[in-house]
Write a protein that binds this ligand. Structure first.
Ligand code: G6P
Length: 612
């Protein structure tokens, strides 16, 4: 969703802001803008479209200023157009600001400001914020920093903000509540951003703002305080992010790069945690909470999008290997339905970004109810990882493609390790079986390499169905969530309507859709329900449907009935989701590319959904 960059230092701000905005493009956005303080004047340029459109818009203007802010907007209040794009100026021009998040009480604040003579030229909640700060500043005859702090006390909602005051042009003011902000510390310069990707090329020393923090930044000083004016000591951390990880390298798209990274990212997820020699799984982030986890009355797993699909696989894993009842729920539903939460429940929140608004809110709710709340996050230091009492990082590396691929397989890898470990500690998983799992887990990267070698085959099959309007994905057991994920990947990036179903449910509706124009992707490796899925395939074929089947290498039966097969090496059933999902990711990728879609930034989607 929206992205923020800010710069204050001795270099021209404009190129740093533009390059920063390009690094944030992966989050998804529909308009962009910048403000630079040039010769004491604030110059603002903004427009609908991409950062490259903004560059064209600015062209010919020689911006030399060394202080500035930039924003990519994902529309919430008001259409994506030039006027609603950020930065937003207050009515009398004293303040200009960029904002991530949502001001929930904006309508009330707006009405009050209208009564006090303010007029509004945009539909945004951000303009309300700019005018509120200005009103308090002028009315109270106070400093910009005081006005910002006082105004924010009146705001209900979430914000990551960077503010310029025209009367105090030597500083930037940043504030956070619910929407991340990180400040990079250079030599006589500071960088501000909504995540570390625009900062890492300049410095690795960073300070993450906490909720209710306000930062006052001049070229040579960072002052941190709370919104209530209590001084804080900035906690400087070193970024664990490599610049190479946020570049596409030789790949055409981030998504393709991330699909091909999976042998390594899965290895990174279990590296140092799984030892074949000692036959152990060690998850440091769960050490302290392990007694409670092992004795949990129930596990509730929450997430959104792809993370929710990983959670579903977690349900099968925990129930099978740890014999603990599991409920899986969309974070957005969980938080609003007054769920029954017991103090001996364990709630696991899964989130790649660690910032998804609904998941974060659900985490806080579960904590208030007294449950043990754990996180499975990819982004280190993210909101959810900080709000939880323990957890496991996925260590998949930065994921830039909006459609999640390597983060998903890393999440499933973590869930697998957790289920095995808890199952072993509960004496449900015997030593031999545990040993077998550990050894098979370690073979997965090379098996994924094998699957990736068939990329041309997936591409060829993709070419046959590039003009299809609908797809159905079917799977049973562990492969039902894989079917959901396969369908989600296709609709996210190619805009083809696709639905995932448990294969047996096909007869209760989707079968009515099957005809010679309907490709049906069936995830059917050899497992206990193999015969049943073969019957499902027969049912599709009997109605003229096209079957693309993901099968275990060497499968003869399905190869004879299906139109196309994608073979995956054999592994333990519980690990097979990690293999079977790979051809589905590549199928979606190729179809989307052939349809001319923007694979890395699909329309209307955002990488990190920081509003509910
Ligand atoms: C967005 C992204 C998805 C992601 C979902 C949950 O919809 O486009 O790829 O699965 O958010 O995000 P999270 O960061 O919480 O895993």
């Amino acid at each position: 969703m929206c992205g923020i960059v800010g710069y204050i230092g001795n270099k021209p701000a404009y190129p740093i802001l533009i390059s920063g905005l390009k690094k944030l493009e992966y989050r998804g956005y529909d308009s962009a803008g910048i403000s630079v303080i040039d010769d004491g004047k604030i110059k603002t340029f903004k427009c609908k479209g991409k950062v490259s459109d903004l560059e064209k818009h600015v062209k010919g203007n020689d911006l030399k200023g060394d202080i500035g802010i930039g924003h990519t907007r994902w529309a919430t209040h008001g259409a994506p157009n030039d006027i609603n794009a950020h930065p937003h100026k207050s009515q009398n021009g004293h303040f200009i600001l960029i904002h991530n998040g949502i001001v929930e009480n904006y309508a009330r604040l707006k009405n009050k400001l209208i009564k006090r003579g303010y007029q509004f030229s945009t539909e945004t909640d951000t303009e309300v914020l700019a005018n509120l700060i200005e009103y308090i500043y002028l009315y109270g005859k106070i400093s910009a920093e005081q006005a910002v702090r006082f105004a924010l006390k009146k705001v209900i909602g979430a914000y990551g903000l960077v503010i310029i005051c025209a009367d105090e042009p030597e500083q930037l003011i940043a504030a956070r509540k619910g929407s991340p902000l990180v400040i990079g510390i250079g030599d006589g310069e500071y960088f501000i951003a909504s995540d570390a990707t625009p900062i890492v090329e300049h410095t690795k020393s960073v300070v993450y703002l906490n909720d209710n923090d306000v930062a006052i930044i001049t070229k040579d000083k960072l002052t941190l305080k709370t919104i209530g004016n209590i001084k804080l000591t900035p906690k400087i951390q070193t970024l664990d992010l490599d610049i190479g990880e946020i570049n596409k390298g030789d790949f055409e798209h981030f998504m393709l790069k991330e699909i091909f990274e999976q042998p390594r990212s899965i290895q990174d997820t279990f590296r140092g945690r799984v030892s074949k020699e000692r036959n152990t799984i060690h998850l440091g982030g769960l050490h302290e909470v392990m007694p409670k986890l092992v004795n949990a009355r129930r596990i509730i797993i929450i997430g959104c999008g792809t993370s929710w699909h990983a959670a579903l696989i977690g349900e099968y894993l925990f129930e099978e290997f740890a014999r603990i009842p599991v409920e899986v729920e969309y974070a957005s539903e969980f938080r609003y339905r007054n769920p029954v939460i017991y103090v001996d429940d364990v709630v696991i929140a899964i989130s790649q970004s660690g910032e998804t608004a609904d998941t974060l809110a659900a985490v806080n709710q579960a904590r208030e109810a007294g449950a043990l709340v754990l996180g499975i996050c990819n982004v280190v230091g993210s909101g959810i990882s900080r709000a939880t009492q323990g957890g496991v990082y996925t260590h998949a590396g930065p994921e830039m493609g909006v459609a999640s691929t390597k983060a998903f397989t890393a999440q499933v890898t973590v869930l697998t390790m957790m289920a095995m470990l808890i199952g072993r500690k509960r004496f449900i998983l015997g030593e031999k079986k545990y040993e077998k799992f550990i050894s098979e887990l370690q073979k997965l990267p090379s098996k994924i390499e094998e699957i990736l070698k068939n990329n041309d085959h997936y591409k060829k099959i993709a070419g046959l169905y590039v003009n299809s309007n609908n797809f159905i994905y079917l799977g049973r057991g562990y492969f039902f969530p894989v079917a959901l994920e396969g369908a989600l990947k296709l609709k996210e990036i190619s805009y083809i309507h696709a639905e995932g179903y448990p294969a047996a449910e096909m007869k209760h509706g989707p079968i009515a859709l099957i005809d010679e124009n309907m490709p049906v992707v069936v995830i059917a490796p050899k497992d206990d329900s193999y015969e049943k899925i073969v019957s499902n395939i027969q049912e599709v074929k009997a109605r003229g449907g096209i079957v693309i089947a993901v099968v275990t290498k060497g499968d003869k039966t399905i190869s004879e009935i299906a139109d196309h097969v994608f073979e995956v090496p054999s592994t333990l059933l519980a690990l097979a989701p990690l293999l079977t999902v790979i051809p589905l990711q590549l199928l979606s990728y190729h179809i989307a590319v052939m349809r001319g879609c923007n694979v890395d930034q699909p329309r209307n989607l955002a990488k990190s959904v920081t509003v509910e």
